[in-house]
Write a protein that binds this ligand. Structure first.
Ligand code: GTP
Length: 597
């Protein structure tokens, strides 16, 4: 297809504003699938995504559209993951397009992710077409939302397209706007091949599938390609596009998007953002902006049943096949036994992996408190990246500790402003900006990530009754007055419960943890001391008094089968306990204690 008849675009939106519904409508209208094949939400391929309503992996679909000017256009629709954890993938997807359709729910208005996405689209020099969706709803206020788009985002909304993705109203106008208002891609068919590696995933039949956007030259079957950042060179064996069904085309030219396979088995060879070139006639320069994705949130994953360790290892391996940004390595904990230390792009990424392990692989897991990566400056001049609070070096050898900060954007109805400001202050936040658009407030705050990874998002949602939206980006590493808080049960440290906290919050948290554990650890035959300590200094203590536990006490008479049942039940309970010194701590106590942070 000639460059002037190609349009590459992304749909960007806050969660639930109707991105997938609009994409489906366009696919339906441009005939990529027949009615029988047209399932709901074809773009979200994983069950779990559909359920959570979150698109994890970017995908792209080629649509053929005959416009009012009589010409046929090749339109490549890029689906982008909406959540901040996948910000880098979003940014690479956007780099593959010339324009964005900005979907805003006309009954909700601009939300935090609307803004975050628009900023990213503008960073990629996108032309943006505002689209107001859900105008079929009685609560839709298109005029108010148009004004909001102009005030808050600063985009001209006078030509915003009004649609209902649900009823199909206005979809042809969106297609025409894409043809008329978005620029065609630029590229040189005769130049050395340069293509952007937008995404990759593992397919059990095809091996690694690579999603690409060709910038110059072409990619075709039989050609030996080289991935410049990873250095790997492979012969291309398939080239095609998704309509959304996979359709082999044999070649992709400049401006086009599609997929290739090349007998690649290991997804770590294909780095999102890498430049693909011709191995025979390689390009001298890479496309701009490549950066490998680095995990920023870490936690331990342990099987509740130690016998499941191998199964957990296999399952993690399978997930990592498809997700190059997920890292794991074996770890041993005195409290929890054998497990893995895992690295994630963010909290949501962590939750998704955890949920897939439990659901798809049928694992029962204990997750330790998530931790960020601290930079520990040692007195010998070295700097350690600390992923696990349990590995904190002796404080006498530490010069300073730095922690990551983020810049958060929060949008909310102003009646909740007071409590949300309080929450941000409690979490050591620094206000940068506070503005109003109608009855909604927009707050920009700097916050330490370690205060956000615990339960910030849950708290925010509950304080604002679900009306606040939240997004963040990386800011910087800063020195912090941080200490390791350890928990001891009868003088034995419980590594899985140690955390790194700000000194000012350490006593409160230590006391709360001790009180909670006192409730959670069942009484035993002897007295148990539960202590919280910073270094060797104990800052909180609770005592669990002794009790003789006799499960048969309630059993009068001689019904032996009933007695046996009770004894079996007790045995079952013991299996799920961890031995601490002599204290038995039930699994549920760990889980509850980890959750309370
Ligand atoms: P994520 O994939 O979670 O980011 O959401 P999304 O932006 O793709 O939204 P999705 O298309 O899943 O739509 C969210 C909800 O809004 C669904 O329940 C849709 O049925 C509904 N919806 C989408 N468009 C319209 C519309 O035009 N009118 C009405 N009334 N509902 C709509």
């Amino acid at each position: 297809t000639e460059l002037k008849n190609i349009r590459n675009f992304a749909i960007i939106a806050h969660i639930d504003h109707g991105k997938s519904t609009l994409a489906d409508r366009m696919i339906q209208m441009c005939g990529g699938l027949d009615a029988r094949e047209m399932r709901e939400q074809v773009l979200d391929s994983m069950d779990i995504e559909r359920e959570r309503g979150i698109t994890i992996k970017a995908q792209t679909v080629r649509l053929l559209y005959t416009a009012k000017d009589g010409e046929q256009y090749q339109m490549n629709l890029m689906d982008t993951p909406g959540h901040v954890d996948f910000a880098y993938e979003v940014s690479r997807s956007l780099a593959a397009c010339e324009g964005s359709i900005l979907v805003v729910d006309a009954s909700q208005g601009v939300e935090a992710q609307t803004l975050a996405n628009v900023y990213q689209a503008l960073d990629n020099n996108h032309e943006i077409i505002p689209v107001l969706n859900k105008i079929d709803l009685p609560a839709a206020e298109p005029d108010r939302v148009k004004e909001q788009i102009e005030d808050v985002i600063g985009l001209d909304a006078s030509d915003a397209v009004m649609i209902s993705a649900k009823t199909g109203l206005g979809i042809p106008d969106v297609l025409e706007a894409i043809v008329q208002r978005l620029p065609a891609p630029k590229g040189d068919p005769d130049a050395t091949t340069k293509a952007l590696l937008v995404d990759s995933w593992y397919d059990p039949y095809l091996g690694v599938v690579v999603l690409v956007r060709v910038v110059d030259g072409q990619l075709k079957v039989g050609m030996k390609m080289r991935m410049m950042a990873s250095g790997a060179a492979r012969e291309i064996d398939r080239v095609g596009v998704f309509t959304p069904k996979a359709l082999l085309t044999g070649v992709l030219g400049p401006g086009e998007m599609g997929f290739i396979t090349a007998g690649i088995k290991d997804i770590t060879e294909t780095k999102v953002g890498d430049t693909i070139t011709d191995d025979k006639r390689p390009s001298q320069t890479m496309l701009p902006g490549f950066k490998p994705s680095v995990p920023v949130v870490f936690c331990g994953l342990f099987p509740t049943d130690a016998a499941e360790f191998e199964h957990l290892r296999d399952s993690l391996g399978k997930l990592a096949l498809n997700d190059a940004s997920f890292h794991f390595e074996a770890e041993t904990s005195a409290a929890l036994g054998f497990g893995f230390r895992c690295g994630f792009l963010g909290l949501l990424h962590l939750e998704i992996i955890q949920e897939r392990l439990e659901r798809e692989f049928n694992l029962d897991l204990i997750t330790t408190a998530p931790s960020v990566v601290y930079k520990i400056h040692m007195n010998d001049g070295s700097v350690i990246d600390l992923h696990n609070p349990a590995d904190m070096p002796d404080p006498v050898r530490i010069v300073k500790i730095e922690e990551p900060w983020i810049k958060a954007t929060i949008m909310l109805p102003d009646e909740y402003l007071g409590s949300v400001l309080q929450l941000c202050t409690d979490r050591r936040g620094e206000q940068i900006e506070l503005t109003y658009a109608g009855s909604r407030a927009m707050m920009i705050y700097r916050l330490p990530l370690n205060e956000v990874v615990f339960d910030f998002y849950d708290r925010l949602k509950s304080i604002s009754r679900g009306y606040a939206s939240f997004d963040y980006q990386w800011d910087e590493y800063r020195e912090g007055d941080l200490v390791k808080l350890s928990i001891m049960v009868n003088a034995e440290p419980v590594d899985a419960l140690s955390t790194i906290v700000h000194r000012a919050a350490s006593e409160k948290r230590g006391r709360a943890l001790c009180e909670r554990l006192k409730e959670l650890i069942p009484r035993q035959m002897f007295k148990i001391a539960v202590q919280a300590a910073i270094g060797s200094r104990v800052i909180a203590r609770e005592t669990i008094s002794a009790m003789r536990k006799d499960v048969l006490a309630k059993c009068y008479g001689g019904d032996i089968s009933r007695k046996r049942k009770l004894l079996d039940k007790q045995k079952e309970g013991k299996k799920r306990m961890r031995q601490f010194g002599q204290v038995e701590i039930p699994q549920s106590a760990f889980i509850a204690a980890l959750k309370m942070n």
